[in-house]
Design a protein around this ligand. Structure first.
Ligand code: MOS
Length: 740
């Protein structure tokens, strides 16, 4: 057993993935968990069976802001099948989550901060009985005036405390630079609240053993930190909590941290001494799990007549509950996307009584680039410069704020290659100039960028006596392909086909993995597997009595000095190692991000204003691609999110009480298959030696970043209507359409 730790302080030059012989890295392999999923054998949080299981159903506040005075629970308790009603005000937790890194405070819900906040739980012998019982619980309360809108209160913005990038950044003098610039853009973009809308609703099944230890089967992205949050909320020691999250039906940020049903299920199970299963309804998911903040973004760009940016301003107001530190960091990529000496990138939080806002699908870039990339299109038009050219003119050699090099950056290459593949030169730059029958046709583009991050991660790799491998880490696969790429990494380094690698994820009894979030999953958990597998490889070399460098591992054989020995003969009673990767100075010495370019063709109906995305191309550069198929799927999913953000996705809050009006998938519109044409995705070859030993960068959230702006830029090219208030629903287009 050996333990290896790598702190990523410097460039990691020689990756074993380049010198190994198995040749499974990068291949478009099918997901190894696919057959289990399509045959119903992948067990999700609500599917763990227990003989004596009971069902919990959340009771929620029927008002937007105020104080709970008490509950009438007798009628509910008298109903058939109802076991108990828990109204313990001090122990519920608000689903605060800040990227999963900070512990959630235990918060009572005597003071209700948003409509639909969970305040009690009914426990019953069946789901139906629990749900019926919840309807019989009477919540007594005093309502207070709340804040349900924010654009009329921008002057109340608070400066945030935390964040990865500085929330308030100033360089040079943007006001002077704007005054002196030959051409300027100064406009406001707004984006609405959104919901992650993962397919699997939030669910928890809780059981306790006789010694007061909790096991929670949950639908969670980051079990290692979720375990701390849950222990903290319940007043337990961390080693008293085990979280199991083997399969997760999407999270998109809403499952980074625990949500209220987990704590409620745990308390309920403890109270009655039986397992409790609590599954949120779709409406509860919308009402009471994190939303993406609505935003108000002022962008200022100033340039010389030949297109050189001199001023870059991005001032954002977002919303969150009182006391919550998370803010949507819309300016995160504005910091390093384009050149320009005078810069101002700020974020302020306006307090509202709307459900807590947190991370969702590329927090920051996803909505920040909707504004920035729209503004770049407007600037290009004013300058009379092609929008691709404008971006290339302002593609900086080093980070314009930190003055450090980019680890790798192929933005201009993505723009050029993408333009060629899409046929950009055939675009007519004059808006409203192309028509096919009743459809106005337009073309738009936008840059893509998502910061690359490394998260501490640990994994164990074992070689069994029969010469197969086991990979264990509490990392999750939320539909992204983690099971498969970790099998590829271990298989590549140990010389095993991936069906000889057993990957076991999503259990906090395993070494603490990075979890799935921030597009760091593959790089971070993959590196921990790489390090552990490399250590096992050295143990194999020792058993072969050669140095690891002189040995080839392929198809279950160790080959050196004209000997070829099956791993089963070398493994003895088994070999084992753990690997841990930690972020280090590398992320300070370089600015790390994945890049891309999106190209979109829309048709806008000249009579109804209906927008159809007709054609799409994106070229990306994200370091080494670990699996061409799962990476492509990630990007296609991300682009689809971007099209949704551009055209349909919008949570509507009732201005009288903050209640979410469209709280189901019939009324909250995410794109469906019929909305999405073939999305063409191309990856440029790249290795990023600063990112991690895999030389891979994050890709999960790259596809969404910038995508929606390509759509509205195409709409402008089709119609001459500039959309700055997302989403571009047809009511916003109708008035401005050219005469039929
Ligand atoms: Mo992501 S929003 O970090 O799941």
């Amino acid at each position: 057993m050996s333990t290896v730790t790598l702190k990523m302080d410097k460039r990691y030059e020689n990756s074993l993935l380049d010198s190994s012989a198995q040749d499974v890295i990068g291949k478009p392999l099918d997901r190894i968990d696919g057959p289990r999923k399509v045959s119903g054998r992948a067990t999700y949080a609500a599917e763990y069976g227990f003989d004596d299981v009971t069902y919990g159903f959340l009771v929620r506040a029927p008002f937007g802001c105020g104080t709970i005075e008490g509950f009438d629970v007798e009628a509910a308790k008298a109903m058939p099948g109802v076991i108990d009603v828990l109204v313990d005000l001090d122990t519920f937790i608000r689903n605060a989550q800040q990227g999963g890194e900070e512990k959630s405070p235990t918060q009572g819900v005597k003071e209700v901060a948003y409509f639909g906040e969970p305040v009690a739980i009914v426990i019953a012998e069946s789901y139906e009985a629990a749900r019926a019982g919840s309807g019989a619980v009477v919540v007594r309360y005093t309502e207070k005036p709340g804040n349900y809108t924010f654009e009329d209160r921008l002057d109340e913005g608070e400066v945030p405390k935390g964040g990865d990038a500085p929330p308030m950044y100033k360089q040079g003098n943007i006001d002077k630079a704007m005054a002196k610039a030959d051409v300027t853009v100064d406009e406001v973009w707004t984006t609405p609240s959104q919901n992650s809308a993962a397919m699997e609703p939030h669910a928890s099944t809780a059981t306790w053993d006789g010694d007061g230890n909790l096991t929670l089967y949950g639908s969670l992205q980051m079990p290692a930190s979720d375990k701390s949050q849950l222990a903290d909320a319940l007043g337990l020691k961390e080693d008293q909590v085990r979280i199991v999250s083997r399969f997760v039906g999407g999270g998109f940020g809403s499952k980074l941290g625990i949500s209220p049903e987990s704590v409620a299920a745990a308390l309920a199970s403890k109270a009655i001494g039986r397992p409790v299963k609590t599954v949120m309804t779709r409406q509860q998911v919308f009402d009471a799990t994190v939303r993406r903040s609505n935003t108000h973004q002022r962008i200022r760009l100033g340039a010389t007549a030949d297109g050189k940016l001199t001023a870059v301003g991005h001032e954002t107001h977002v919303t969150n509950l009182e006391g919550e530190e998370f803010f949507e960091p819309t300016g995160v990529s504005t910091h390093f996307m384009y050149a320009g000496k005078n810069r101002k990138i700020t974020h302020e939080i306006v307090r509202t009584n709307l459900v807590v806002s947190g991370s969702m699908r590329a927090p920051g870039e996803a909505v920040g680039m909707l504004a920035l990339e729209g503004a770049m299109d407007e600037l290009a038009e004013k300058l009379g410069i092609d929008p691709i050219e404008l971006r290339k003119i302002n593609d900086p050699a080093v980070d314009p704020e930190k003055d450090v090099p980019y680890s790798t950056r192929q933005l201009s290459a993505c723009l050029d290659e993408g333009a060629k593949a899409f046929g950009w030169e055939q675009r007519n730059p004059t808006p409203g100039a192309r028509r096919e029958g009743e459809w106005l046709i337009g073309h738009g583009m936008a840059s893509a960028s998502r910061t690359n991050k490394l998260q501490q991660s640990e994994a164990r790799v074992s070689l069994t006596p029969s010469g197969t491998a086991i990979v264990e880490t509490s990392m999750t696969d939320i539909g992204t392909g983690t099971y498969t790429i970790l099998a590829q990494i271990a298989g590549e380094i140990l010389g095993l086909p991936i069906d000889k690698v057993d990957v076991r994820l999503g259990d906090t009894d395993s070494p603490p993995g990075a979890g799935s979030g921030g597009s760091w999953g593959a790089g971070s958990s993959g590196t921990s597997v790489y390090l552990a597998a490399e250590a096992v490889r050295k143990q194999i070399a020792k058993a072969m009595r050669v140095s690891a460098d002189d040995m080839t591992l392929k198809d279950g054989l160790a080959i050196a000095e004209n000997r070829s020995v099956p791993l089963s003969e070398l493994a003895g009673t088994g070999m084992e190692a753990t690997g841990t990767v930690k972020p280090g100075k590398a992320e300070k010495k370089t600015t790390q991000a994945s890049y891309g370019a999106h190209f979109c063709e829309v048709g806008v109906n000249a009579t109804t204003g209906e927008v159809r995305v007709r054609r799409w191309h994106s070229t990306f550069a994200a370091g080494r691609i670990l699996n061409e198929k799962t990476a492509r799927s990630q990007c296609i999913g991300g682009i689809t999110f971007g099209i949704g953000a551009a055209l349909t996705e919008e949570l509507i809050h009732d201005e009288r009480n903050g209640k979410i009006v469209n709280r189901d998938l019939a009324e909250y519109h995410v794109p469906v298959n019929a909305d999405i044409p073939d999305l063409e995705v191309v990856f440029l070859p790249e290795r990023d030696e600063w990112s991690n030993p895999l030389h891979a960068k994050g890709i999960g959230e790259l596809g969404i970043s910038g995508a929606g702006a390509a759509v509205i830029n195409a709409i402008y090219n089709a119609t001459g209507v500039r959309i700055r208030d997302y989403p571009a629903t047809l009511d916003k287009l109708l008035e401005g359409l050219p005469p039929v």
